[in-house]
Design a protein around this ligand. Structure first.
Ligand SMILES: *Cc1c(COP(=O)(O)O)cnc(C)c1O
Length: 453
């Protein structure tokens, strides 16, 4: 019997090389077959094509063409964030160099739950977390699967410091994962402050803090709201939390990337006053999923995650100098997402990443200008980061919703939706630094051409 080759070890590179060619060819064929930012035909047509390609997924005897078939099917049916007309979500096109680094992670398969599974990867992760934490004015950071896990950890660390009566106070503009984390952790019902302007109003926060009964509070502010890319007034919120003795968490899953930019970093003034900060490099960081971080201003806070499992961090091993990794996450087996991040930071440098941030922010300004100049469209507001909300002028909400679905079903463009000021808006989240001005004009032409009359 001939055994299937392994990805690492002496034969690994030679086994992988022809397979990589297979994958790259299948990606190209899938892209050609799709011919647009997403597959046409809607969910049923896409599902039927995937089922057809997949056939029997557990055949009695293996199919040597499975890699080609399934990669091509996935690419053909992808909503491709590298297509300039795919701009709905905080879903970035990954950098080629980051994806290549991730291949090395898949090949070597280090696991960050103990040093003996990840001798170099554990040190690299420590360097990445310290570097990015310092960049955000924090002492240390944990790698997470994204903003959701980072927000959960932030509330968990807050609860471990302040006890189980800790109450979350946040704006209605906060990410849904924050109230969900409060639910998940069994915390009291969160206090949600209405945010009619899209950001948390310090006066409203002050009134809320003044009326709440005693007991520990964690205020969560947002630096880059998911719907509109707005940034809460961080210094004023920080001052209020300090006065009231409340803990401050800042969810900068979207806005955190602005730190790389000399032109935009000032928007995050006050970020370093938080106890914890959520960062997410699979947004404004151009990483393949997953690449989240939770940074903490006081490294001691992170010790709340310390955990003992004799087979992973026996006391005598730790005393003998083997690094104890289990307390760096709630997960056990854990992929070194730090490698692709490290490779990206070092390849591009801060100014290289900053230039990408500036580029997408400039594109958002240009799209907003095109919308303003177009009598058929209404702009919600000038963009703060790279999100542009707009709608066909005078259209009812149902028309806005239907326009978006038509673009999806016809495979022409991927736009998001957001409800603000009591109305439904189309959302363009520009994260693709390769998008050119004429792509923006094409996007608007497509919206115009697909608006039901
Ligand atoms: C995207 C986002 C999150 C969640 O991040 P995931 O990586 O999707 O888990 C949290 N907060 C904000 C503000 C976000 O935009």
């Amino acid at each position: 019997m001939s055994l299937p080759p392994l990805a690492s070890g002496p034969e690994g590179p030679d086994a992988l090389r022809p397979l990589l060619t297979t994958v790259l060819d299948a990606l190209a064929a899938g892209l050609r077959a799709r011919g647009g930012p997403l597959p046409a035909g809607g969910p049923q047509a896409v599902a039927a094509r995937v089922r057809h390609a997949a056939g029997d997924l557990l055949p009695e005897h293996g199919d040597p063409h499975a890699l080609t078939t399934l990669v091509q099917a996935l690419a053909e049916g992808a909503a491709d964030p590298a297509d300039p007309l795919c701009a709905a979500h905080l879903h970035c096109p990954p950098l080629a160099v980051a994806t290549a680094a991730d291949l090395a992670v898949s090949a070597l398969n280090p696991s960050l739950d103990s040093w003996d599974q990840a001798p170099a990867a554990s040190e690299l992760e420590a360097l990445v977390t310290r570097t990015l934490a310092a960049h955000a004015g924090m002492a240390d950071a944990l790698v997470t699967t994204g903003g959701t896990e980072a927000n959960q950890l932030a509330l968990l660390l807050a609860r471990e410091t302040h006890g189980p009566t800790l109450r979350l106070v946040c704006g209605a503009n906060a990410h849904h994962s924050l109230p969900r984390a409060a639910w998940f952790l069994g915390l009291p019902e969160p206090v949600i402050i209405p945010t009619p302007t899209g950001t948390l109003d310090p006066a409203a926060l002050a009134r809320t803090l003044a009326t709440l009964p005693g007991g520990p509070l964690v205020v969560a502010a947002t630096a880059g709201t998911t719907d509109a890319g707005l940034i809460d007034p961080l210094p004023a919120i920080a001052a209020l939390t300090a006065t009231h003795g409340a803990r401050l968490h800042i969810d900068a899953a979207y806005g955190g990337g602005l730190l790389f930019s000399d032109r935009h970093r000032h928007l995050l003034t006050g970020l370093d006053t938080a106890h914890t900060v959520t960062l997410d490099l699979h947004k404004l960081g151009w990483q393949p999923v997953a690449a989240g971080l939770l940074a903490a201003r006081d490294a001691h806070d992170l010790t709340a995650l310390h955990h003992h499992a004799d087979y992973l961090n026996a006391d005598d091993d730790t005393e003998a100098g083997l690094p104890d990794l289990l307390g760096r996450s709630l997960r056990t087996t854990r992929r070194p997402d730090a490698l692709k991040i490290a490779v990206t930071l070092k390849t591009l440098g801060r100014t290289g990443l900053g230039a990408l941030v500036d580029q997408v922010c400039d594109r958002a300004q240009q799209l907003a200008a095109l919308i303003t100049a177009h009598p058929g469209f209404e702009l919600h507001a000038p963009p703060t980061i790279s999100t542009v909300l707009f709608r066909p002028a005078g259209a009812p909400d149902e028309t806005v919703a239907e326009t978006r679905r038509r673009l999806l079903t016809h495979g022409r463009a991927v736009l998001g939706r957001a409800r603000l000021d009591g109305r439904l808006w189309l959302k363009a989240t520009l994260l693709n630094p390769h998008t050119r001005p004429h792509d923006l004009a094409t996007l608007l032409d497509l919206v115009e051409g697909n608006t039901p009359r």
